[in-house]
Design a protein around this ligand. Structure first.
Ligand code: PLP
Length: 391
C-alpha cells in the first residue's frame, strides 16, 4: 500500500483505506518513484562501483549522478557530499572526526539535540569541555549565551536545524555569523535531518561546515544518509577501510539507496511549502480542544507540531488513536517512552508534559485527514478524561 497515492479521497474510498499517518518525523513511507529507482538499480546496476570493469563503471556512474543531484540541491560541489548509512553515522563522523581531545579546548552544543549528537557529546565529556547553550521555552538558542560560550579554544559548535520533537527552526544565519566572527577555525556542524528539503537552507550564508541528512524522513528508505562536508580533508575518519566515500565513510557503497536518497530529496524539495495549509488547519483544530497547549512555536517547521494535553498521558492517547488506524507519537520516536530531554530543557509545565504528543505531516497528507484526525483525537481525549476523571 502506497500512502502517497492516497491523496485522492476517491482512491481512499475505493480501497476502503482509513489509515491516517501523522508520525512522519519518525519515518515516512517510501515514495513509489523511489521504489522504482531502487528496483532499477538493484536489477541493472548492481556492480561494485569500485570495480574497474563495465559493471563497476555503470554503478559508479549511478553513484556519481546521485551525488551530483544531492550536491546541487544543497548548492554544493559533488566532492562535498559523503554518502553514509544513516544520519546517526553522519553526525558521529562530524563530531568524532573533528574533536581533538584537549583539556583546555571546548565544544558548544544545545540541550535539545537528537541522541545522535547528544550521545557523542556525553562521551566526549571526559576528553574536552562540553558547553551547553541556554534555550528559551520554544527551544531557540540564546544568542547572547552563544557569544559568551564560543571562544578561541572552541573546536566545534553543533546546533540542529529543525528540532525533531517541537519543530523549532534555528536562525542559522545569525548563529553561523557569531561562531565564525568569534573563532573562524571553529567548525560549525548542523544536524539537518528534519530540515533538509523541507525548510529553506543556505549553507554559505549560514557558514555551515557539516550538515547531516537522512533519506527516511523525506520518502526514501531507512539505512542511507549523507554528510555535507565543506572541506572533507579536515575530517579524521572514524572507520578505516577501503577508502570509499573519500575515506570518510569507507565500505562498499549502497548505490541503490544513494540513488533513492537523491530521488527522494528531489521530490521533497519540489514540494516545499506544500504542508503549510495543513499545518494551519491542524493548529486551528487543536485550538478548539479544551486543555490543549501548542508547545511548538507558531513559526516552527510546518511538518512538526507538538501539543501538550492536560489530564491525559500521551502514550494512552497514542494507543486509543491506533485503534482507529491513526498514528502519532509521544515526544520523539527515537526516545520511545523515556522522558524527553527536549521537553525538560524547554521547561514544559508538569500539568501537560506527560500528555505531550507530536503530530508530524508529510506532503501526501490532506486537509480531510487533518479534520478527521483531530475529530477522533478530541473524542479520545474526552473518553480518556471521563475514565480517569481528569478535567
Ligand atoms: N537527527 C534527527 C534530528 C532525527 O530526527 C533523527 C531521526 O529521528 C536522526 C538524527 C537520526 O537519523 P537516522 O535514523 O538516519 O540515523
Amino acid at each position: 500500500m502506497y500512502v502517497y497515492s492516497l491523496r485522492r479521497p476517491e482512491v481512499r474510498e475505493a480501497r476502503k483505506e482509513t489509515m491516517i499517518y501523522f508520525d512522519n518525523a519518525a519515518t515516512t513511507p517510501v515514495r513509489p518513484e523511489v521504489i522504482d529507482v531502487i528496483e532499477s538499480c538493484l536489477r541493472d546496476d548492481w556492480g561494485n562501483p569500485n570495480s574497474l570493469h563495465r559493471k563497476g563503471h555503470q554503478a559508479q556512474k549511478r553513484l556519481d549522478e546521485a551525488r551530483a543531484v544531492v550536491a546541487s540541491l544543497l548548492g554544493a560541489k559533488p566532492t562535498q557530499i559523503v554518502f553514509t548509512s544513516c544520519a546517526t553515522e553522519s553526525n558521529n563522523i562530524a563530531i568524532f572526526g573533528t574533536i581533538k581531545p584537549r583539556r583546555d579546548a571546548n565544544v558548544v552544543t544545545t540541550p535539545i539535540e537528537h541522541e545522535s549528537v547528544h550521545g557523542p557529546m556525553q562521551k566526549m565529556k571526559k576528553d574536552i569541555e562540553v558547553r551547553e547553550l541556554r534555550v528559551d521555552r520554544y527551544g531557540y538558542v540564546d544568542l547572547a549565551d552563544l557569544e559568551r560560550k564560543v571562544d578561541a579554544n572552541t573546536q566545534l559548535v553543533s546546533i540542529m536545524h529543525v528540532n525533531n520533537e517541537i519543530g523549532t527552526i534555528q536562525d542559522l544565519v545569525k548563529i553561523g555569523k557569531i561562531v565564525k566572527r568569534i573563532n573562524p577555525r571553529a567548525m560549525f556542524h548542523v544536524d539537518g535531518v528534519q530540515g533538509f528539503c523541507k525548510v529553506p537552507l543556505d549553507l554559505n550564508a549560514e557558514k555551515i561546515d557539516y550538515y547531516a541528512m537522512s533519506a527516511h524522513k523525506i520518502g526514501g528508505p531507512k539505512g542511507v544518509g549523507a554528510l555535507y562536508a565543506r572541506d572533507q580533508k579536515k575530517l579524521e575518519p572514524i572507520l578505516i577501510g577501503g577508502g570509499q566515500e573519500f575515506g570518510i565513510s569507507p565500505g562498499t557503497q549502497n548505490v541503490a539507496y544513494s540513488c533513492a536518497f537523491a530521488k527522494a530529496a528531489t521530490l521533497q524539495k519540489d514540494e516545499m511549502g506544500r504542508v503549510d495549509d495543513l499545518r494551519k488547519a491542524l493548529v486551528a483544530d487543536i485550538e478548539q480542544i479544551d486543555g490543549a497547549h501548542l508547545i511548538s512555536p507558531e513559526d516552527s517547521s510546518p511538518y512538526i507540531t507538538s501539543v501538550g494535553i492536560e489530564g491525559i498521558k500521551g502514550e494512552i492517547l497514542l494507543h486509543y488513536m491506533e485503534q482507529s488506524e491513526m498514528y502519532l507519537s509521544t515526544g520523539s520516536a527515537c526516545s520511545g517512552s523515556a522522558e524527553s530531554h527536549v521537553l525538560k530543557a524547554i521547561g514544559v509545565p508538569d500539568s501537560y508534559r506527560d500528555g505531550t504528543i507530536r503530530l508530524s505531516l508529510q506532503t501526501y497528507n490532506t486537509i480531510e485527514e487533518v479534520h478527521a484526525f483531530t475529530k477522533v483525537l478530541k473524542e479520545n481525549i474526552d473518553t480518556i478524561r471521563s475514565i480517569i476523571g481528569g478535567r
